[in-house]
Design a protein around this ligand. Structure first.
Ligand code: PEP
Length: 249
């Protein structure tokens, strides 16, 4: 089964209401391939989700950047999966390396979040990836496999999961993985899924690449056999995000 190209835009903790409106206008005016060819999902900060959802073109969708690990309650400052569902937010990004590193989110905690969000009906962009130190030590695949295993241990239905392979050394650094480096990890990750989950999940789950993707490097990266799209940070705030969406063609 063909895997539909997926382009996510992670706006992180950026933007004012005015800036967000401008980004939405730019996206709304863009000529891009149809929904049959590419799935586009943008992820504004929580506070802008209702604004973006209500003003964004209907063929693009929205994602939250995180959600709480279980049912809401006395967890000051958190946002629950149930709240997102009640606002018809279809997607959530979980396990981003910034949260793993700065907020000490462990593999198990991320796995629990993925399982809980899926159980509430959200679709999940689950992020994995190694640090530079881990790559240089030759443990890239061990790290990525352990992160994925924590999800696989808790999830049986992968239909609503997209895996984002995001090498930490490439995020926000301008040091993009080469197409061969990205393809190598995506290929190994797919083989890991085939061996440890199922051949069907390996064949159908989209594995997207994130880390300094831009209008100039997207075409070659997106042309790799196992690269099924992108999670884009910095460039998703700029008009070049449109060029990245067009890499699906
Ligand atoms: C990200 O934060 O998910 C990301 C890929 O960032 P950037 O594109 O800026 O490297």
């Amino acid at each position: 089964m063909a895997r539909k190209f997926f382009v996510g835009g992670n706006w992180k903790c950026n933007g004012t209401a005015e800036e967000v409106k401008k980004i939405v206008n730019t996206l709304n005016e863009a000529q891009v391939p149809s929904q049959d060819v590419v799935e586009v999902v943008v992820s504004p900060p929580y506070v802008f989700l209702p604004l973006v959802k209500s003003t964004l073109r209907p063929d693009f969708h929205v994602a939250a950047q995180n959600c709480w690990v279980k049912k809401g309650g006395a967890y000051t400052g958190e946002v629950s999966a149930e709240m997102l569902v009640s606002l018809d937010i279809p997607w959530v990004i979980l396990g981003h390396s910034e949260r793993r590193a700065i907020l000490n989110e462990t593999n198990e905690f991320v796995g629990d979040k993925v399982a809980y969000a899926l159980a509430q009906g959200l679709k999940v962009i689950a992020c994995v990836g190694e640090t530079l130190e881990q790559r240089e030590a030759g443990s890239t695949m061990d790290v990525v496999a352990a992160q994925t295993k924590a999800i696989a241990d808790r999830v049986s239905n992968w239909t609503n999961v997209v895996i984002a392979y995001e090498p930490v050394w490439a995020i926000g650094t301008g040091k993009v993985a080469s197409p061969a480096q990205a393809q190598e990890v995506h290929d190994e990750l797919r083989k890991w899924l085939a061996k440890n989950v199922s051949a069907d999940v390996a064949a159908t789950t989209r594995i997207i690449y994130g880390g300094s993707v831009n209008g100039g490097n997207c075409k070659e990266l997106g042309g790799q056999a196992d690269v099924d799209g992108f999670l884009v940070g910095g460039a998703s705030l700029k008009p070049e995000f449109i060029d990245i969406i067009k890499a699906a063609e």
